[in-house]
Design a protein around this ligand. Structure first.
Ligand SMILES: *Cc1c(COP(=O)(O)O)cnc(C)c1O
Length: 241
């Protein structure tokens, strides 16, 4: 069991985040009910995730396949969906398809094809987002804005995928007005993509915004914000896989 102080702190954090989410939505003339809170729970224990699942969190986000498998098998998500939000290696696709309600980080045609085949083998349709490297950073995963259109075409041609939209992580060192422009560009890309009317698509999802910038992301159109530190506190990477 988690100690009471930690559980109380987490409840307070989530309540505060929900308030700020609602404020940002109202400031942008949006319905707060259309924005989902994803708890980014990499490195967090089963106990921590279990305790957070009782709070008003909509879903969980995992970066590592092993953590997704362990926590889902332990029932840590309390029946809430889990999304895969980290870099996915093609040789681990089979453990994620069907287990993650949405794979948010698809950034190559090779990965697309692997996911499509795994979904076919399980007789299901896997929801995916395409991750865009919106800041054009060499160190980041995600497809660049030029490669996006070819990847969307390829995804639309996969009969066992359902394309739901886009995900991005803007550069960590960007100033707030620059971050806002990155978020606004993502919204522009989603709108353009939706206008193309792809097959096997329902382009209704824009996953962007983390602990430091989620109100901005909501003002610019995010439908999922992925928040870790502001819910659970600082991460201890010695516990990660
Ligand atoms: C860790 C992580 C987050 C959350 O980051 P915080 O700054 O802790 O809120 C969001 N998205 C992805 C893809 C992550 O890896």
């Amino acid at each position: 069991m988690l100690n009471n102080e930690t559980a109380r702190q987490m409840a307070e954090n989530v309540a505060r985040i929900r308030e700020r989410m609602a404020e940002a939505a109202r400031a942008a003339g949006r319905d707060p009910g259309e924005i989902l809170l994803c708890a980014a729970c990499k490195t967090r224990t089963v106990e921590e995730v279990c305790a957070s699942a009782r709070l008003p969190i909509d879903l969980f986000g995992e970066n590592h396949v092993q953590e997704l498998v362990e926590k889902s098998e332990a029932g840590a998500y309390g029946g809430k969906p889990a999304h895969f939000i980290g870099h996915l290696q093609t040789n681990k696709v089979n453990k994620v398809v069907g287990r993650a309600a949405l794979i948010e980080s698809v950034d190559s045609e090779r990965l697309l094809q692997k996911i499509d085949r795994a979904a076919e083998a399980l007789g299901l349709r896997q929801d995916i987002l395409i991750e865009v490297n919106i800041g054009g950073e060499a160190s980041k995963s995600g497809v660049d804005a030029e490669g996006l259109w070819a990847l969307l075409e390829a995804a639309a041609a996969c009969g066992h995928l359902r394309l739901r939209g886009l995900m991005a992580i803007p550069p960590a060192d960007a100033a707030p007005d620059e971050t806002r422009r990155f978020f606004a560009s993502m919204r522009g890309l989603l709108e353009q993509a939706a206008a193309r009317g792809y097959e096997n698509a329902r382009m209704d999802t824009l996953s962007m915004g983390m602990s430091g910038d989620y109100p901005l992301a909501i003002e610019e159109g995010a439908t999922i914000v992925r928040i870790g530190t502001a819910i659970y506190g600082a991460r201890d990477y010695t516990r990660s896989h």
